[in-house]
Design a protein around this ligand. Structure first.
Ligand SMILES: N[C@@H](CCC(=O)N[C@@H](CS)C(=O)NCC(=O)O)C(=O)O
Length: 196
């Protein structure tokens, strides 16, 4: 997040100037937006997505909830609570409450099913995992009481124990939580002058 996202080369790949961007050289195809990237990869590989159209639609429902709900609201919570040092407690509180509300919606959703789309691990679980993780490992997590969210916590442990997830958490390199958090704050505030 050193500003590379605003260079002409990167802007050509994603006019929205945000990561992630996927370049599939094999298909000569470039795509941005994490949800669209996950969907593209699942379609391409035939993995991590139900084939049944109704189950797939339910999976998309959850993927959209992550993209439009938990991700943006959690991002804003980090901006108001951490980056701007809780300068306006009422604003921070709005995002804190909404993140908590969404986490308890997710908890209810997982009651009686192991994964967000039912009994199989899909891209919806992959999309939610880093944000739910944030509620556990980062300083902002202290503002979110996840203790009573039994189903969500069990899901979190289940996903975190997957060998591929553990491997993924070390990319690009293993970092202590404080360093990860700093990088995350600069990523969510990353619009430079717009936020100054
Ligand atoms: N809706 C987008 C959000 C992407 C996004 O906000 N990326 C952040 C990093 S988490 C970013 O590139 N920040 C840098 C900036 O805004 O300049 C997605 O899901 O891919």
């Amino acid at each position: 997040m050193g500003g590379e996202q605003t260079t002409p080369e990167f802007t050509k790949m994603n006019p929205n100037q945000k990561i992630p961007v996927l370049v599939d050289n094999e298909a000569n195809f470039t795509i941005s937006e994490s949800g669209a990237i996950l969907f593209y990869l699942a379609e391409k590989t035939g993995k991590l997505m139900p084939s049944d159209p109704l189950k797939k639609a339910k999976m998309m429902e959850l993927l959209m909830l992550q993209m439009s709900g938990l991700g943006p609201y959690f991002g804003q919570l980090i901006v108001w609570a951490a980056a701007w040092g809780n300068e306006f407690p009422k604003v921070t509180e709005r995002y804190q409450k909404e993140v908590m509300r969404l986490l308890s919606v997710l908890d209810k959703h997982l009651q009686g099913q192991a994964y967000f789309a039912g009994d199989e691990f899909t891209i919806a679980d992959i999309a939610f995992f880093p944000w739910v993780r944030m509620a556990h490992v980062h300083p902002v997590g202290e503002m979110l009481s996840t203790q009573g969210l039994t189903y969500l916590n069990a899901w979190y442990e289940r996903i975190a124990a997957r060998p591929a997830v553990q491997k993924g958490l070390l990319v690009p390199e293993p970092n202590p939580p404080e360093k990860q958090f700093k990088a995350f704050v600069s990523a969510v505030v990353g619009l430079g002058d717009v936020h100054a």
